[in-house]
Design a protein around this ligand. Structure first.
Ligand SMILES: [Zn+2]
Ligand SMILES: [Zn+2]
Length: 155
């Protein structure tokens, strides 16, 4: 009689463990949330990816438009923020208005670019540069821009 009781108790404990304790334990340690887009740099976060070149002034929907040699993938939003305009040959998605709330990553090294200029700069007003846009040094390097020889930006 007692052994049946013990067996029942053991079964009950098993049932408790499988259906009660274990799910509770699992719920207590939820799988960690995936890191927010940390791995994707800001210039590749957007509604659509398009191609730009280091010295061109247009953005493209293909990476080998015209005589394009090396194209870099950035978001449509970033291309428009930098001042690139849609290519008339490959007809990419029309330009989008700049995001007024855009901010560069905190603590990043900031340099300046101007569309069509193969260099990046320490200041927004180097030489006769117009329409300079602040970017991170990482982005300038990603776009294969050269450090300007005049203003000696960080490298
Ligand atoms: Zn094109
Ligand atoms: Zn410069």
């Amino acid at each position: 009689m007692q052994s049946i009781f013990q067996r029942l108790l053991a079964m009950l404990l098993c049932v408790c463990f499988v259906f009660g304790v274990f799910p509770a334990f699992a719920a207590a340690t939820p799988t960690p949330e995936p890191e927010p887009t940390e791995a994707v740099p800001y210039y590749r976060v957007g509604s659509e990816m398009i191609y730009i070149t280091a010295t061109g002034k247009r953005y493209h929907c293909i990476d080998d438009c015209g005589n394009t040699q090396i194209a870099f993938l950035v978001s449509l939003e970033e291309a428009c923020r930098l001042g690139y305009t849609p290519c008339g040959r490959c007809h990419p998605t029309p330009a989008v208005p700049a995001d007024a709330n855009f901010t560069l990553p905190e603590g990043a090294v900031i340099v300046y670019l101007s569309v069509g200029d193969e260099c990046y700069h320490r200041t927004a007003h180097c030489g006769s540069m117009e329409n300079a846009v602040a970017v991170t040094l990482e982005e300038a390097v990603y776009l294969k821009k050269r450090p300007c020889e005049k203003c000696d930006p960080p490298q």
